[in-house]
Design a protein around this ligand. Structure first.
Ligand code: KG4
Ligand code: ZN
Length: 352
């Protein structure tokens, strides 16, 4: 069966065409456009601009796919939440029109479930077999920071989450304070890596000490607003030298990752899961990967190109949803589909 998947929850527009045979996936095509350059001057995503870009980009991306493949698909999967509602609507409307035209079912997908499943795609193949539960998931992106216990597919218990900014959002905002372009995660990470390797840095960077937020609270919640504010006061009104900028990037990355890793370690000790999954845009961070590998060998990460938003993971989640509920055919009443954007959809919550 072929699956067409559509993702437009934030500033990436993506469409994927997947083929599944005997439980294995092949990625036939994946087209993605990033709007990062457009949003750079705002230091974050400007929702209405993003929505208009999605509306413009979706037909273009589909055209690239139909130039190479016919659209004899068995189902269409589309992100319905969480995300920015205007952006979600752009994808949903486009997917509904297409599903009507092709006469195929449309499956609404939870974006975060997509991130979790992204770790099971290896190269062009995808398989979930012999999995044992529970699995602990650390989900880290521009909109989310949460520790989730996956008790079985579709059965999620949120152990803790950020009380304010998401970790990716903190990376982006701190990058802006340091004069680095959006999205800030990869920029901070690259600078921090240079500073970490440079021989004179350990001495100088000890001069800057940022807080490790929430480590005094023996729960699984996070908070990154205070850390961000601490950087703000260190940089406010100052002209930073390149070496000071690199030191700050290093100390910020160390502080954020230490918090994530410490709380994940506590959750591993308490819940003794069979495996750990780390997913979402910040899972592309090399320092996070290195530190997580120090606390457990039994960890799955997405390949770097599947860590940030993409449509492949939405196709995988859509197919998985279809397998879980083979009898539940998504309704396609004469008046059209009834899928709606759910900006703050939670894992395990029924998609309406
Ligand atoms: O999952 P994602 O593409 O979009 C959301 O669903 O939010 O995550 C994007 C976030 C951005 O905040 C970006 O700065 C961050 O992931 N990010 C990184 C890295 N690559 C992307 N953060 C830290 N280190 C990275 N290498
Ligand atoms: Zn995401």
């Amino acid at each position: 069966m072929r699956i067409l998947a559509i993702e437009s929850s934030a500033d990436d527009t993506a469409i994927a065409l997947l083929e599944v045979k005997r439980g294995k996936f092949t990625i036939l095509a994946h087209e993605k456009t990033s709007q990062a350059k457009l949003h750079e001057k705002y230091g974050g995503i400007y929702p209405n601009l993003a929505k208009n870009e999605h509306i413009k980009n979706l037909p273009k991306l589909l055209k690239k796919i139909t130039a190479r493949f016919n659209l004899a698909v068995g189902l269409i999967a589309v992100t319905t939440g969480p995300g920015l509602e205007p952006c979600l609507w752009a994808g949903i409307t486009f997917a509904e029109d297409l599903a009507q035209k092709l006469g195929v079912p449309l499956i609404p997908v939870n974006h975060m479930e997509g991130h979790i499943l992204s770790v099971f795609a290896h190269g062009k193949q995808f398989s979930i077999s012999n999995l044992q539960f529970p699995i602990l998931s650390l989900l880290v992106s521009g909109g989310h920071t949460e520790l989730v216990l996956v008790k079985g597919w579709g059965k999620y218990k949120i152990l803790g989450r950020t009380l304010d900014d998401a970790v990716g959002e903190a990376f982006d905002k701190v990058a802006r304070m340091l004069g680095l372009p959006y999205p800030g995660g990869p920029q901070i990470s690259a600078l921090a890596e240079i500073a970490r390797k440079s021989s004179d840095t350990p001495r100088t960077h000890a001069e800057i000490r940022l807080p490790r937020p929430m480590l005094k609270h023996k729960n699984f919640d996070f908070s990154f607003a205070g850390l961000k504010t601490a950087v703000y006061y260190l940089t406010k009104g100052k002209k930073l030298t390149p070496s000071k900028t690199a030191e700050l990037a290093l100390e910020f990355e160390n502080a954020a990752i230490e918090t994530l890793t410490t709380k994940t370690f506590w959750a591993l000790q308490k819940h003794k899961p069979k495996a750990l999954i780390v997913a979402g845009g910040v899972a592309a961070n090399q320092h996070l990967r290195k530190e997580i590998k120090k606390i457990t060998k039994n960890v799955l990460f997405p390949s770097p190109e599947l860590a940030t938003d993409n449509a492949i993971m939405i196709g995988l989640a859509g197919y998985w949803e279809h397998l879980r509920n083979p009898k539940k055919k998504p309704a396609r009443p004469a008046g059209g589909f009834k899928i709606r954007a759910m900006g703050s959809l939670k894992l395990g919550e029924m998609i309406k």
